[in-house]
Design a protein around this ligand. Structure first.
Ligand SMILES: *Cc1c(COP(=O)(O)O)cnc(C)c1O
Length: 477
């Protein structure tokens, strides 16, 4: 039997459609960076699932109950109760969003010169680890870097041999902590199995290493465990999440994802010592330990949302909708990362645009073209997002992807049909898509604010090529 959204729509927000000419101008004005587009020109906005969630009637009601006291607000107690009950962790420190929590925990756990191991990097997470003096080491299983390995149910798993090798090589005392992301955003929203979480936890315990979770999409991860891992088919996701977290020492949370709010985040932990340090830092960087840069109403909405995200009917539809879009693209032959992950469909831009080199920023170019084609906003996850290494060279990640990220509870499957049609139309005309080059390169997290221009068509005649050089900045290695 087919299923529909497990909710009905109580409030609507009109969408606007632009002309192709308007979109061509808009993307040029935005420096061919979809992050720099105004949302008013985006018809279906799949830039991110971060903070773009639709809140429920219960969350909107909770918002009205916010206690805006500077200290000791009851809204904090509501968040604390929710985290204790739903996640099973005793202590919580709110922050303005996930990266606020990453900032604090990196400062607390890292001594300069140490290493942090994790299942693939995340942009803000790694920046905070590096700013605290650590070197990030990716210990995700190899298949996570291969978009064609559809046969791997838990592509987000940590490779225990890689982690053991790092411990042997650097010494356990030089590993600040292991950062376990569930699901793995940069691998395409790929899940981690319960067996892997347990095994990583045991390995960490044996070596006295702290295991921290980037729990941003833990609810979505729990659905994959229910669906794919033996023994969990009849376990409610709420229980699966509790078991997942029973193996970790603490977590950073971006409430903008699986707490179903528009802003917010937190740290949660078991250790009183870490709690004390976090409370000391949060007052410097975020706000009092009972609000951490958020208003009371934000805390209330997050307390309700993090529970709602653990509902099985919600998760079945959520993951199902992402898969619904992925299946249409796959059926048309569009190369996507398989299996489809939890929050987005990732187009393999290398396979889509084989005539471009990675230094022509194929994913950045494809995201710009998709916008011009349809008004659908997506984003690059490839060489631009990966940034430069310590020597100033471009990192060349194995994955060069365009991310179609599905906001939670926002769009219907009819919107997914429109997106699929637009991508398939581009796929038919892919040979005409040209690469991009930098006009302005931002120094950190460059994907957010850098500007680009199309690489001019190359002249076939060498003399003419001399007269019309391909650009002052040649970014090729
Ligand atoms: C979004 C995200 C973060 C950072 O959270 P913000 O709320 O955006 O600061 C950290 N890790 C992962 C995996 C994320 O997707």
């Amino acid at each position: 039997m087919r299923t529909a959204e497990p909710y009905r729509i109580k409030m609507v927000e009109p969408l606007t459609m632009t002309t192709r000419a308007e979109r061509e101008k808009a993307i040029a004005d935005a420096g061919y960076n979809t992050f720099l587009l105004k949302s008013s020109v985006c018809y279906i906005d799949l830039l991110t699932d971060s903070g773009t969630n639709a809140m429920s009637d219960r969350q909107w009601s909770a918002l009205m109950m916010g206690d805006e006291a500077y200290a000791g607000a009851r809204s904090f107690d509501h968040l604390l109760e929710a985290v204790q009950e739903a996640y099973g962790l005793p202590y919580v420190v709110p922050t303005h969003q996930g990266r606020g929590a990453e900032h604090l925990i990196s400062k607390i756990l890292i001594k300069p010169g140490q290493y942090v191991a994790g299942n693939m990097y995340f942009t803000t997470t790694r920046v905070h680890q590096e700013l605290a003096g650590a070197t990030f080491v990716d210990v995700i299983r190899d298949e996570a870097h291969d978009p064609t390995r559809a046969d791997i149910p838990f592509k987000g798993n940590i490779d225990l041999d890689k982690l053991q090798a790092l411990i042997d090589d650097k010494g356990a005392e030089n590993i600040a902590y292991v950062n376990l992301a569930v699901t793995v955003n940069m691998a395409g929203g790929q899940p981690v199995s319960m067996a892997n979480i347990k095994a990583v936890s045991e390995l960490c315990k044996r070596n006295g290493i702290i295991l921290w979770s980037d729990a941003t999409r833990l609810a979505e991860n729990s659905w994959f465990i229910k669906e794919r891992e033996e023994g969990y088919a009849d376990t409610p996701c709420a229980e699966i999440v509790k078991e997942m977290l029973s193996y970790v020492d603490g977590l950073t949370m971006s409430g903008k994802k699986d707490a179903l709010v528009n802003i917010g985040g937190f740290l949660a932990m078991r250790s009183e010592a870490i709690l004390e340090e976090a409370r000391g830092l949060v007052v410097v960087y975020e706000g009092m330990p009972t609000y951490g840069g958020l208003s009371g109403r934000d805390l209330e909405a997050m307390a309700v949302g993090l529970r709602e995200a653990l509902d099985d009917a919600y998760l079945e539809h959520r993951i199902g909708q992402v898969r619904y879009l992925g299946d249409q693209l796959k059926a048309a032959g569009v190369p996507i990362v398989e299996p489809v992950g939890g929050h987005a469909v990732f187009i393999d831009a290398r396979a889509f645009l084989p005539h471009l080199s990675q230094d022509d920023f194929p994913a950045q170019a494809l995201a710009a073209e998709l916008f011009v084609e349809s008004g659908v906003r997506s984003m690059e996850r490839g060489i631009v997002s990966a940034g430069r290494d310590a020597d100033g060279n471009n990192r060349h990640p194995a994955l060069e992807l365009v991310r179609l990220t599905i906001p939670r509870r926002v769009y219907t499957n009819a919107h997914m049909d429109v997106v699929a049609d637009a991508v398939i139309e581009l796929w038919k005309n892919r040979d005409a898509i040209r690469g991009l080059r930098f006009v302005h390169e931002a120094p950190t997290l460059r994907f957010f604010t850098s500007r680009f221009e199309p690489i001019p068509a190359r002249s076939p005649l060498p003399e003419q090529a001399e007269e019309h050089p391909v650009g002052a900045v040649d970014v090729r290695p």
